[in-house]
Design a protein around this ligand. Structure first.
Ligand code: 51J
Ligand code: ZN
Length: 251
């Protein structure tokens, strides 16, 4: 039965740093050593926008250090690879991280990878310091003046598997006024759930309108050839156990 024993060993993985989490601000430790994060996106090159059946994704040219995030908890610059969103079916839920138990309507994730230490994204995606994801909350209110560039393109990627050109988009226009953040060690929030993400979650949300958010909900989880049409909504994972992790706060 050594075979059964071996299978049992192989199948058992310890999950100690899963994401998202509920962030409790006054339990986060203010760390004076935490510098500000720096986003060098001025030479970023967006390539396309696509519907991968889980979210809408804008991909970037990550073949050199043209667009990186650095500073804060990061020891190296991390290259921007893609950004995507998570949202609900109504305004009161949709974000992945929560703040004192409260959800935002949506959450934007800018995914970066450590190309200094790892040769490829896939290698970085399995390393404990391989990825850095910048999380930005979306609140509902007035129209966001630049989000329409994205929402106007969503009809082109309605179905799972659809993709279209999306050039000259700089995600700097989606940042809130302050880059104050919380940071903790976590994971991807979708399969394969690798525990390879240094999370940097901005404290201040950006504001978008219900109308703009509604356009995300006209995307479909299903492909054009499928007879069932499933609206893409509630593509957020609920908060996971903290398991003793410390959340640090920038000044
Ligand atoms: C191997 C591997 C991998 C993960 N890819 S991703 O980092 O772009 C990613 C990250 C996240 S998240 N929510 O963890 O940032 C969600 C979805 C994706 C995706 O595949 O599209
Ligand atoms: Zn995400």
């Amino acid at each position: 039965n050594s075979h059964a024993h071996a299978l049992n060993t192989v199948m058992f993985t310890v999950e100690i740093r899963q994401s998202p989490i509920d962030i409790v601000p006054h339990q986060a430790s203010r760390d004076p050593n935490l510098s500000q994060i720096v986003l060098n996106y001025d030479r970023c090159t967006s390539i396309n926008i696509s519907n991968n059946g889980h979210s809408v994704v804008v991909e970037f040219d990550d073949t050199d250090d043209r667009s990186v995030i650095q500073g804060g908890p990061l020891d190296n610059p991390y290259r921007l690879k893609q950004f995507h969103f998570h949202w609900g079916e109504k305004g009161c839920e949709g974000s992945e991280h929560t703040v004192s138990g409260n959800s935002y309507a949506s959450e934007l994730h800018l995914v970066h990878w450590n190309a200094v230490k790892y040769k490829t994204f896939d290698e970085a995606a399995t390393a404990p310091d391989g990825l850095a994801v910048l999380g930005i909350f979306l609140d509902t209110g007035d129209d966001h003046r630049w989000l329409h560039t994205i929402t106007d393109a969503l009809y082109m990627v309605k179905f799972k598997g659809s993709i279209t050109d999306f050039k000259d988009f700089n995600p700097k226009c989606l940042l809130p006024s302050s880059l104050h953040y919380w940071t903790y060690l976590g994971s991807l929030t979708t399969p394969p759930l690798h525990e390879s993400v240094i999370w940097i979650v901005l404290k201040d949300p950006i504001t978008v309108s219900e109308k703009q958010l509604g356009k995300f909900r006209m995307l479909l989880f299903t492909g054009e050839e499928e007879d069932q049409r499933l609206r893409m909504e509630n593509n957020f994972r609920p908060p996971q156990p903290l398991k003793g992790r410390k959340v640090r706060s920038s000044n």
